[in-house]
Design a binder for this molecule. Structure first.
Ligand code: 2NL
Length: 341
């Protein structure tokens, strides 16, 4: 009898169940009231009294083993039925992560700049990328012979030398001044074009943000305070700012704007060429000629303007050393920037 129990125990253990049909066979053989184990319980009645207890224990073990195996397998097949209609898909596998795209670093930085100036009351203005000479150069006080007007520096439309791709977004602000009365406080981010060979440090297409503020009694102190506040908001409250005298045809006086290096915080590193300072743009008081060109009374009104390169600021902020990375769309580069900025 003990041998028989052992033999059936082995059978139960080794019985392969790959589908529901197999499971039914297993049930009939070992679990049902007409199965082999019930048969053994019948035989137990004939066993001698002194062996009955030990034999009964073994038999119960076998019975539990068979019932357990049946219960487990039955649950397994039930789950499979409810979660997928046997499509061969393993629904217990972890899912494929839902990959979200991320914002382009230039968009992140542009939006941050825009937000700071919006809080100071600047609105946004846009204009055409294909401009005429008046809005891109003449209204901005560029002399007839200025080198920027040369073919080497600007993309002109071949059949019409009066039309070119804008070289700065000041052209947008000229249009604002022509069409609106002061007070004007506007910001114009946008794409600009220059006839440059593409390299790590130059590109023929890049992005700028320009700002313009015109009202009565606007002074250079207002310009300084506005950009001072911008630098703190944009780059952190410990950032210092300085102005160096410069020249632009459209502002007088003019200045170049430096901030303490974002990478070394002014200590000196290879990004700031060990000076502790990096240039982020230029600014100045709008030249009275520019105001008059746009039919604004330069005796009554004054204004300041500034311009910044978005690529330049993004490179300084993230330590990017090659401009071409911005346009190659290599995901290994792009995925490093979070969508939240
Ligand atoms: C730079 C310097 C600058 C302006 C842009 C401006 C616009 C008008 C009138 C006068 Cl309508 N000025 N814009 C003024 C000074 C500097 O840009 O380094 N940009 C990347």
């Amino acid at each position: 009898m003990l041998d028989k129990i052992k033999e059936i125990y082995k059978e139960v253990e080794e019985f392969k169940v790959d589908n529901k049909e197999h499971l039914e066979q297993f049930r009939l053989s070992f679990v049902s009231r007409k199965g082999k184990i019930t048969e053994l319980f019948e035989e137990l009645k004939q066993v001698a009294q002194e062996e009955k207890k030990a034999m009964g224990q073994e038999l119960n073990k076998l019975k539990n083993k068979a019932e357990e195996k049946f219960k487990e397998l039955n649950e397994h097949f039930e789950n499979q039925k409810s979660s997928s209609v046997n499509t061969g898909i393993d629904v217990t596998l972890p899912s494929v992560p839902n990959e979200l795209g991320s914002r382009h670093p230039l968009s992140i930085v542009r939006e941050k700049i825009v937000r700071v100036f919006e809080r100071m009351g600047f609105n946004l203005s846009e204009g055409p990328e294909i401009e005429d000479d008046w809005h891109n150069f003449t209204a901005l006080n560029f002399p007839e012979n200025h080198p920027a007007r040369e073919m080497q520096d600007t993309f002109f439309i071949e059949k019409n030398p009066d039309i070119a791709l804008r070289t700065h977004t000041s052209s947008v602000q000229v249009r604002v001044m022509e069409n609106q009365k002061p007070p004007i406080r506007t910001l114009s981010p946008g794409r600009v074009f220059r006839n440059e060979a593409i390299s790590a440090r130059a590109h023929c297409v890049f992005h700028q943000v320009e700002g313009l503020y015109i009202d009565e009694n606007v002074s250079f102190a207002d310009l300084k305070q506005t950009l001072y506040h911008f630098a703190k908001e944009m780059f952190g409250k410990d950032t210092k700012i300085r102005f160096r005298p410069s020249f632009f045809p459209f502002t007088e006086p003019s200045a170049e704007i430096d901030i303490t290096c974002l990478i070394c915080k002014g200590q000196g590193c290879n990004i700031c060429k060990y000076s502790g300072w990096v240039e982020i743009g230029g600014a100045g008081m709008v030249d009275p000629n520019v105001l008059e060109n746009c039919k604004i009374d330069s005796k009554k009104y004054t204004g300041f303007a500034f311009g910044m390169g978005i690529e330049r600021i993004t490179m300084l902020k993230y330590g990017i050393k090659d401009l071409r990375l911005f346009t190659e769309n290599d995901v290994r580069f792009l995925r490093q920037f979070t969508s939240l900025g």
